[in-house]
Design a binder for this molecule. Structure first.
Ligand SMILES: *[C@@H]1O[C@H](CO)[C@@H](O)[C@H](O)[C@H]1NC(C)=O
Ligand SMILES: *[C@@H]1O[C@H](CO)[C@@H](O)[C@H](O)[C@H]1NC(C)=O
Length: 342
């Protein structure tokens, strides 16, 4: 049978072939070279290197990170994406060493905590976002100081203070870094949220961010500022461990401090979507669960406030998968949650 092509069919054929070629062309047009991407990134984030040797070292790390991010994102079915953020010239080891400072270990607690005031909560809303209730301050940036524990504790305290008094007051992490040093907490070298709550309790409160601003380094406690109290707590409780239903009851009632394993490269470069791992349960980072919900595709998540600035993740937040089969929760989020009481 002779193949008859009329004008319409030829046009269609030309279009199909044309589209095919342009699609191929799209893929073969060379990307901006890696060096250009590095220069662009340096300009975007104001990064300056002290000499060419440092620049060469950082370029090599940048290139490896970008290749990792690109290949991760090229897998179509991912629930979340990675992005070339301000941490793109740091190895994962460097990143972890400078940012994560949660000291995993129940042994380090000097007090006993068994009460769980929300155990009998039955009605839990389908979703919660404490930001919408005015109980969450803007995203903060801990910088190169492993005091995530202070940011986590302060965010939970800012939350309960707003829920109790109706006033959202940004409180001081630096006070914890400088003054909460007689126990296990060690400023930029790490600490625990529970110990921070204990310090705040015995100090009869915490001062404001503006009175005792964040410096991102360990320094001497300003006892005059330490004595000024903008908010207080009456105690603190642990959510029963390894139980996401119990965690849900607590987060439905107030922002809750949680510890997670944030050690992976996927965490370092998370840029959006519901994070589903990979991660383990070696808790090394303190953050704050400020809500929960279900994504459009039906994935349940925890809404988590981080302290790595607002250019990381979803404007400083991460949605982490909720209700997984492992009782520890994703990245161990259900292992050591706690909250202050007021
Ligand atoms: C929860 O209910 C039980 C049974 O009524 C009661 O014994 C317990 O004290 C309640 N817990 C709290 C925290 O209210
Ligand atoms: C988890 O917590 C819920 C709510 O407090 C409780 O009813 C349930 O018994 C707990 N589950 C386990 C396995 O402890």
């Amino acid at each position: 049978m002779a193949l008859k092509l009329d004008n319409k069919m030829i046009l269609a054929l030309v279009l199909v072939i044309g589209m095919h070629f342009s699609a191929v062309n799209c893929r073969t047009i060379p990307d901006a070279t890696m060096a250009e991407r590095h220069e662009q990134w340096m300009a975007n984030y104001g990064r300056v290197y002290k000499d060419d040797t440092e620049k060469a070292t950082r370029f090599k790390i940048f290139k490896e990170n970008v290749e990792f991010i690109d290949s991760f994102n090229n897998v179509g079915s991912r629930a979340y994406k990675l992005g070339i953020n301000e941490f793109a010239d740091l190895t994962n080891e460097e990143f972890r060493a400078s940012r994560n400072g949660y000291k995993m270990a129940s042994h380090q607690k000097s007090f006993d905590n068994t009460a769980f005031k929300y155990e009998n909560v039955t009605a839990v809303p389908a979703s919660m976002d404490w930001r919408k209730k005015g109980a969450v301050t803007g995203v903060k940036d801990q910088g190169q100081c492993g005091c995530c524990w202070a940011f986590s504790a302060v965010a939970a305290m800012e939350g309960i203070n707003q829920l109790t008094t109706g006033k959202l007051i940004s409180l001081s992490e630096q006070e914890l870094v400088d003054c909460d040093t007689s126990g296990e907490d060690q400023g930029c070298n790490g600490g625990l949220m529970d110990n921070a709550f204990e310090f705040i309790l015995h100090n009869n409160g915490l001062t404001t961010e503006s009175n005792y601003p964040y410096k991102g380094t360990d320094s001497t406690c300003n006892s005059q500022k330490e004595a000024s109290h903008a908010a207080k707590i009456t105690g603190h409780e642990d959510v029963p461990a390894n139980n996401e239903s119990a965690l849900l009851k607590a987060v439905a009632k107030q922002p809750v401090s949680v510890a997670i394993d944030a050690s992976g490269m996927a965490f370092q470069f998370y840029s959006g979507g519901v994070f589903t791992g990979d991660c383990g349960t070696e808790l090394d980072h303190g953050v704050t669960a400020v809500g929960y919900g279900t994504s459009e595709d039906g994935t349940k998540y925890w809404l988590v406030k981080n302290s790595w600035g607002s250019s990381w993740g979803e404007e400083g937040y991460i949605r982490m998968e909720r209700g997984i089969s492992a009782k520890e929760g994703l990245c161990g989020i259900a292992m050591e949650p706690s909250y202050p009481t007021a």
